[in-house]
Design a protein around this ligand. Structure first.
Ligand SMILES: Cc1cc2nc3c(=O)[nH]c(=O)nc-3n(C[C@H](O)[C@H](O)[C@H](O)COP(=O)(O)O)c2cc1C
Length: 318
């Protein structure tokens, strides 16, 4: 398919702010993810030359193909961001976030708020597409709330503005992450447009991935939270591992965790990487017997050797 940087039935790692940094993307790629996204990056932050924002753009050869995800509702800032990416990076695509439900994003008119302003969304996507050297995609939700489910109409807006593919999470903005992702809405989106649709929401294992593809006929699927503490979920889906096996901690999970940490250290240095890894440790420890002491240790970890002690002790309790 023209302009689509991944094949049919691919399994994509979802963008997750504060989670899917370079180290996490790299370990997910090693564990079978076919495509990754940066964390969401503020177009306004790039426009104002914010150093912290610019750092989020960095990725290595080990996380590819990768899409850079930007957010914003100011057309000039979006154009600036796309041009900046054109000049400095070579991602496989540029994604525009129109699904973020977080109040500080939504109340600013960004993220999912754009689902309530299809004309502005159209202008932004069109402007990005006109100048981007790379395919442009849009990620959004089923709608803003139960009374304004408009994903199918919004998908058409994205398509007519020139989007090369779209991703739909089958929850409304008001649901945040509660309730269930609505497959019927994703199916309607697939039927409404001619561009590929990536289905997202609640895919945790082979069975749920298959159910989503069978029901929606989406082009590919995207996995987010199920990769937390289990980057191997991508391989497990590909190897058709049964649900009950996926739910168990695999024998090598702390070997995977150790590699994940090492990649983060390579990227950010030991101290920063370990501080940020504490939250991942809690996910890796989920389902481990007698983990409460190890969880307490995780919250105080400051060095690689602290983490190595936790990995060794946890490996004995799988
Ligand atoms: C901690 C966290 C951070 C997220 N950050 C982003 C983000 O930066 N951009 C985005 O488009 N979606 C973001 N999402 C939404 C996910 O990409 C995904 O749509 C959602 O988690 C549903 O998929 P899942 O059920 O597989 O987790 C985030 C989700 C979580 C849990």
């Amino acid at each position: 398919m023209k302009n689509i940087p991944f094949g049919k039935n691919s399994i994509l790692l979802a963008p997750m702010a504060g989670i899917t940094d370079s180290g996490f993307r790299r370990i997910c790629c090693e564990c079978g993810a076919d495509f990754t996204f940066t964390e969401m990056i503020s177009a306004k932050g790039l426009f104002y030359n914010d150093e912290k924002t610019k750092r989020l753009l960095n990725y290595s050869q080990f996380e590819q193909p990768i899409s850079v995800q930007i957010f914003g509702s100011d057309k000039e800032c979006i154009k600036y961001a796309v041009n900046y990416i054109n000049i400095h990076y070579k991602p496989a695509a540029i994604d525009i976030n129109m699904g973020c439900p977080a109040p500080k994003i939504f109340n600013n008119g960004d993220g999912c708020a754009l689902m309530g302003k299809p004309d502005t969304a159209y202008e932004i996507i069109k402007a990005a597409k006109e100048i981007s050297d790379f395919p442009v995609s849009v990620k959004f939700r089923s709608g803003i709330n139960a009374k304004s489910i408009n994903a199918a109409e919004f998908a058409k807006v994205c398509e007519s503005a020139g989007a090369d593919f779209i991703t739909v999470h089958g929850r409304t903005r008001d649901q945040f992450y509660s309730g269930k992702s609505d497959l019927e809405i994703i199916k309607k989106v697939v039927e409404s447009v001619h561009i590929p649709v990536v289905a997202n929401g609640d895919i945790t294992d082979f069975e749920s991935a298959k159910a989503v593809l069978d029901c929606t006929h989406a082009y590919a699927v995207m996995v987010g939270r199920a990769a937390l503490g289990n980057p191997n979920v991508f391989n497990q889906i590909k190897m058709m591992t049964p649900k009950q096996e996926t739910a168990k901690k695999s024998d090598n999970i702390f070997e995977i965790a150790a590699r994940h940490l090492q990649y983060s250290i390579d990227d950010k240095g030991e101290f920063q990487a370990v501080l940020e890894f504490r939250k991942h440790l809690l996910y890796y420890l989920k389902g481990i017997k007698n983990a409460s002491v190890l969880k307490q240790m995780s919250c105080k970890a400051v060095s690689l050797s602290d983490c190595q002690r936790i990995f060794a002790a946890a490996s004995e309790n799988i």
